[in-house]
Design a protein around this ligand. Structure first.
Ligand SMILES: [Mg+2]
Length: 267
């Protein structure tokens, strides 16, 4: 059985320091067990490439909340529908391009007479101040291709979110300080598309998905086994008392659970 570990980054694999070193050993152990490690994050291509390189991961990855799947060209032996090929990747794009999202957001800004504080308009320094990201990463974070990130705390926030969803048909995900706006993409849909490709390649597969935020719920529900990292927050009702969803308190418990699960399921 091929096991694929699909994981969110911020708040799941990474803590507030954004340092990859605390998970280096964990990733090596997964790799030793031939587990594929697939990032699925709101982070951009550049941000995710940094962690892939540092952690020496060569598996597919999903950027900007399910908007696009990047697959190394030789990864699958079969041919699959793709939007385009960029550098060493085949890309399956599912979300909307940033140009389209920007146009819609400008419309909303005009109607409500607000100027949204959003990543593509902010300087790396401003992004770094809001998120705590190191400056270099803040630079990568504003190179968005399929989603916009808005800093919370603007007038008519709830109404604007509702309008973006209902009339502009965008998906809107809220975290502690930020709101991410994407096309009709989410991490659950992206997981299913990738799952399909894996089934073409392997007879039997198992997908484990881990995340800590609202945007992770669709992929936790879509996986064979979901792991929700609560980080001390309230557990979403939809994940409670589900047989194939495990709740852990923090990253260390996630790592512990994964290693225990993998060694017991392989005996
Ligand atoms: Mg997260």
């Amino acid at each position: 059985m091929k096991t694929i570990f699909v994981t969110d980054l911020d708040g799941t694999l990474l803590d507030k320091t954004y340092d990859y070193k605390p998970v280096e050993k964990f990733i090596r152990k997964l790799k030793a067990k031939k587990v594929d490690v697939v990032f699925s994050s709101s982070k951009t291509l550049e941000e995710q490439e940094y962690y892939r390189e540092k952690l020496r991961i060569k598996d597919p990855f999903i950027v900007e909340i399910g908007s696009a799947i990047f697959i190394p060209r030789d990864f699958f032996s079969h041919i699959y529908p793709r939007t385009r090929s960029v550098r060493e990747y085949h890309v399956i794009e599912y979300g909307l391009r940033i140009e389209v999202i920007e146009k819609l957001l400008k419309d909303v800004e005009n109607v409500y007479n607000v100027s949204l504080k959003r990543f593509t308009k902010m300087t790396p320094h401003e992004i770094s101040e809001v998120t705590g990201l190191p400056l270099k990463m803040a630079e990568w974070a504003r190179k968005r291709m399929y989603s916009e990130v808005i800093v919370k705390g603007f007038p008519n926030e709830d109404e604007i979110k509702e309008i973006l969803r209902r009339y502009f048909h965008l998906n809107v995900f809220t975290s502690e300080r930020l709101i991410t706006v994407v096309g009709r993409a989410d991490k659950g849909v992206a997981l299913r598309i990738l799952e399909n490709l894996y089934y073409e390649e392997y007879e039997s597969i198992e997908i484990i998905a881990a995340g800590d935020g609202e945007a992770d719920i669709p992929m936790i529900l879509a996986a064979d086994l979901g792991v929700y990292v609560s980080n001390g927050k309230r557990i979403p009702n939809v994940l409670k008392s589900k047989k194939n969803v495990v709740i852990v308190n923090n990253r260390e418990e996630l790592i512990e659970f994964m290693l225990r699960y993998l060694s017991s399921s392989r005996k």
